[in-house]
Ligand binder design. Structure first.
Ligand SMILES: NC(=O)c1ccc[n+]([C@@H]2O[C@H](COP(=O)([O-])OP(=O)(O)OC[C@H]3O[C@@H](n4cnc5c(N)ncnc54)[C@H](OP(=O)(O)O)[C@@H]3O)[C@@H](O)[C@H]2O)c1
Length: 284
């Protein structure tokens, strides 16, 4: 196994999610399923190794959702890591369903969310979910009803903390008027910064911002400005992109995902990187 010149995720510092504290570089488990986050992986033992290596490298925040697989992703995590090491926070999401491989359909109806959380608790082998995120607003259901249902489930002891995902600043405010919100998960990376205002709101509120698609895909990693700074610093494009996110805001909690142990180790290098002002200027 490759030796790293650092001690892993802890070097990124920590962030609070309500009364929980996690290292500021997490792991997104979505891609451990089959392609398109659909079905089961071809090699379960390999998935176990990736998850164990992430924990070994200090990752204590893993993001999943009931719609990854669907359902398979949460089971992969519990099969690999249960009984969970102390301090590991597993964040899951509900509110999207997958009628087929290519569809992600919002379902924010209270009945659906109540059923969804029971399924997640069972698959993750938990009595309470540390962070339950409403995956996306459902245009056919009042947002207040969906978030209100999660608040009820929190009062029943099934959820410790609530987060929201794919929201605007206005939706975040509506959610916060119903119940405390500890995190927002929106797409954000060097190439796509459309959630800049949501990030600024999280900073003002002191709550975590989880950028999904943090590497920005192949096109993001090939962007010219990344190439230039990465070659000057002798870094991989992925490690540089993640170091940029970590430098961008103290509330940033990136959740890069991979099926490769080499890529996982590369991504974790970002935790200990300090970019200088010239790097940050060049990255824009
Ligand atoms: N809330 C939402 O609506 C939403 C939507 C999408 C995702 N998410 C969450 O966000 C997490 C991350 O998002 P994501 O998986 O879409 O994007 P990502 O983490 O930015 O990118 C993952 C992709 O990049 C590749 N990769 C990872 N590390 C690499 C490295 N060091 N060098 C080169 N390629 C690398 C992976 O392929 P290899 O496997 O080959 O490394 C994979 O194809 C997901 O796991 C999920 O938990 C949330």
């Amino acid at each position: 196994m490759k030796q790293l010149s650092h001690t892993g995720a802890a070097l990124a510092g920590t962030i609070d999610l309500g009364d929980l504290t996690v290292n500021r570089l997490g792991f997104g488990a979505m891609r451990l399923c089959g392609d398109y986050a659909w079905g089961r992986p071809r090699d379960r033992q390999h998935v176990n190794r990736v998850l164990h290596r992430a924990v070994e490298l200090g990752v204590n925040f893993i993001d999943t959702a009931d719609s990854y697989g669907p359902e398979a992703n949460e089971s992969l995590i519990s099969q690999a890591l249960y009984p969970y090491p102390p301090g590991l926070v597993i964040a899951t999401k509900g509110g999207l369903v997958r009628p087929n491989r290519g569809s992600w359909v919002p379902d924010g109806r209270p009945d659906h969310l109540r059923r969804a959380i029971e399924g997640s608790l069972q698959r993750l082998r938990l009595d309470r979910i540390d962070l339950y995120q409403f995956h996306a607003p459902d245009p056919n259901v009042p947002f207040t009803e969906s978030v209100g249902t999660l608040a009820d489930l929190q009062r029943l002891g099934k959820i410790r903390h609530i987060g929201v995902s794919n929201v605007t600043v206005a939706q975040l405010e509506v959610a916060r008027s119903i119940t405390p919100i500890v995190s927002v998960q929106n797409e954000y990376n060097l190439r796509n910064r459309t959630s800049e205002e949501v990030l600024a709101a999280c900073e003002r509120l002191g709550i975590a911002f989880l950028p999904w698609y943090p590497l920005g895909g192949k096109r993001g990693l090939r962007a010219q400005r990344i190439k230039e700074v990465a070659s000057r610093r002798g870094l991989t494009h992925a490690a540089l992109s993640l170091a940029w996110l970590l430098a961008k805001s103290p509330v940033m909690l990136p959740i890069p995902g991979t099926r490769s142990i080499d890529h996982l180790e590369d991504n974790l290098l970002a935790a200990g990187l300090k970019l200088d002002p010239e790097d940050l200027d060049d990255l824009g």
